[in-house]
Design a binder for this molecule. Structure first.
Ligand SMILES: Nc1nc2c(ncn2[C@@H]2O[C@H](COP(=O)(O)OP(=O)(O)O)[C@@H](OP(=O)(O)OP(=O)(O)O)[C@H]2O)c(=O)[nH]1
Ligand SMILES: [Mn+2]
Length: 182
């Protein structure tokens, strides 16, 4: 059965609310300690506004994409509230925080090319948002070297996501060019 505009608004606001409640005590690492929720909302907005994505599953997954990785939310909870499709996309974009950082970073590079189309879209928007943040301000306690390393690693992940969305890939390439990352 197709979703009415009312159904879509209801489910999207349910995701925004779920993410806001889960991320409520978290802040970004920028000098002003912005609310963390700005990030998932901004990732979803990149997808609607720049990537022109209208698939509600992708927008929902974007809003929820860091809840399991960074809060007490569980995949079971996501499935109960939002169904198996949303759980599956969120699962694809969630790092296993029990692994050493180096390994997590390598796994993102490795898994990017075989991710689903929906997960690739969320990943591209996530990287675009974070790299734009890095252009605006250096996160607390990050050295210039760490910033440059994040750019170089992101390029390797993005290279495995190509052929998914031209607008986001063009914006990412502009950022890599400015940083001389190739
Ligand atoms: N650029 C930037 N990033 C910030 C800021 N505050 C929090 N972050 C988060 O930091 C993460 C990147 O930092 P890392 O040290 O590389 O990753 P880690 O959290 O996995 O250890 C991103 O997580 P992520 O969204 O899960 O993405 P990713 O780690 O998969 O790239 C990003 O959302 C900020 O002010 N600026
Ligand atoms: Mn994120």
């Amino acid at each position: 059965m197709s979703q009415s505009p009312g159904d879509i608004i209801e489910i999207v606001i349910k995701c925004v609310n779920f993410a806001a409640v889960k991320h409520k005590d978290q802040r970004r690492l920028d000098p002003e300690s912005s609310p963390y929720i700005n990030h998932p909302i901004g990732v979803a907005y990149i997808l609607t506004n720049e990537a022109k994505i209208t698939d509600v599953d992708v927008i929902q997954a974007a809003l929820l994409h860091d809840t399991v990785e960074d809060t007490n939310a569980t995949f079971e909870e996501i499935e109960n509230e939002f169904g198996p499709k949303i759980r599956s996309i969120v699962e694809e974009v969630t790092d296993d925080k029990s692994l050493p950082k180096q390994e997590r970073k390598l796994l993102q590079i490795k898994h990017a090319p075989t991710s689903s189309y929906e997960a690739k879209l969320v990943k591209l928007a996530d990287k675009l948002y974070n790299l734009r943040d890095l252009e605006k301000a250096t996160p607390k306690r990050w050295t210039p070297y760490r910033v440059q390393e994040y750019f170089a690693w992101s390029k390797k992940v993005v290279d495995g996501l190509r052929g998914t969305n031209q607008a986001m890939e063009d914006s990412l390439d502009e950022l890599f060019k400015k940083r001389n990352v190739s």
